[in-house]
Design a binder for this molecule. Structure first.
Ligand SMILES: [Zn+2]
Length: 370
């Protein structure tokens, strides 16, 4: 996303087409069952780990830098008058040469939509940490501002429903996708990218990295992080953010240091929806809105993997708007550089179809007769 394009309302010009990858012959059942079980276990661990997790290492919490978080003003606002947009476009600074190229979404058609109030650009150099449950250094939100984050996708049915709810309200969110899930549903992940949401990663198989470090050493945990990032990047078919969320919010100090060296930011949360525990959409909405009101603002953790969230999200967004909350969209200053050996490891996953370097389908296949 180029800011000027967004501000100037020329968003529709930059829509990238979504190209599906044929998912051939994947033995999904075993993997899906395994992952789903992991989610239940992992989810239960999320809450338990919140207070028990270690403090971030110095590498994850560098000294505050005024240039770390920049505001990209005048992002998508529903029903913005043309004159305002033009003024904002004129006032917007030119995009930096290193700015991450981002996909733009269609302009907002819903004049009463919640919309995006502000877009915040995050410089991930040094691996800063965000979310007051674990990281206290940076707090970029004003009163009544929230950031929407969704973990553990992409997932069939649920993620598209989440995307629709977000699109209906013209809001943008951050998705922390699981590498393995991305290889199951690359076409869904590409829809996330095409809608202009920010995509970060959440390991290859949702491993508890504290346990992974203990059992297999730091290299095993690095592999989980890097392979997950490579898979998400490759399946998204577009640059992704150097944003990472630890499964179950369990932060091994060695891995925080490592992410710092890799210039990848870590995201904990301010408001945990616990949507993995709550089964009724109405109950989830009530509970989450009460938590957000109590906190006053914050990064909200939800799961596009969870059915209840996909059903409740329209109500949640409606209630956020009715209660005067505004949505802030986080974007990275630069894009994630994956490591070639882990790209290769993803390609070598058995049953993975050959990846044609993220080329659009028509660059590979064309009809010569019908
Ligand atoms: Zn997760």
């Amino acid at each position: 996303m180029k800011r000027a394009a967004v501000v100037g309302g020329a968003i529709a010009l930059a829509i990238c087409a979504v190209y599906g990858i044929v998912q051939a012959g994947w033995s999904l059942s075993a993997s899906l069952t395994g992952t789903a079980k992991t989610e239940q276990t992992a989810s239960a661990g999320t809450a338990q780990s919140a207070s028990a997790a270690p403090s971030p290492s110095p590498a994850a919490a560098p000294l505050p830098r005024p240039d770390l978080i920049a505001e990209a003003t005048g992002s998508i606002r529903p029903a913005a008058p043309l004159a305002t947009s033009a003024t904002a476009a004129a006032a917007a600074p030119p995009p930096a040469p290193t700015a991450a190229p981002r996909l733009a979404a269609p302009a907002c058609a819903n004049r009463n939509a919640l919309g995006v109030a502000r877009t915040i650009e995050i410089d991930t150099a040094g691996g800063p940490g965000f979310g007051s449950q674990h990281f206290k250094t940076y707090d970029f939100l004003r009163d009544h501002e929230v950031v929407l984050t969704f973990d553990d996708g992409p997932w069939l049915g649920h993620t598209p429903a989440v995307l629709k709810a977000l699109a209906d309200q013209c809001v943008r969110a951050t998705f922390f996708s699981i590498g393995k899930h991305a290889t199951f549903y690359p076409d869904i992940l590409r829809q996330v990218a095409a809608a202009g949401h920010t995509i970060g990663s959440h390991t290859w198989s949702h491993a508890d990295l504290l346990a992974t470090v203990k059992k297999g050493g730091p290299d095993a945990a690095k592999e989980e992080i890097e392979k997950g990032a490579s898979a998400v990047r490759m399946m998204a078919g577009a640059p992704i953010a150097p944003f990472f969320r630890f499964p179950d919010l369990r932060h091994p100090p060695e891995m925080l240091t490592y992410l710092g060296e890799r210039n990848i930011a870590s995201f904990s949360t301010d408001v945990d929806s616990w949507d993995f525990k709550i089964k009724k959409p109405e109950e989830l909405t009530r509970s989450l809105i009460a938590k957000v009101q109590k906190a006053g603002k914050g990064i909200i953790l939800m799961h596009d993997f969870q059915k209840v969230t996909s059903i409740a999200l329209p109500q949640i967004l409606d209630q956020l708007q009715k209660n005067g909350f505004k949505v802030v969209h986080m974007v990275p200053k630069g894009t994630l550089a994956t490591l070639p050996q882990f790209d290769e490891a993803v390609r070598n996953e058995n049953k993975l179809p050959t990846l044609a370097g993220n080329k659009p389908a028509e660059g590979v296949i064309r009809t010569i007769s019908e």
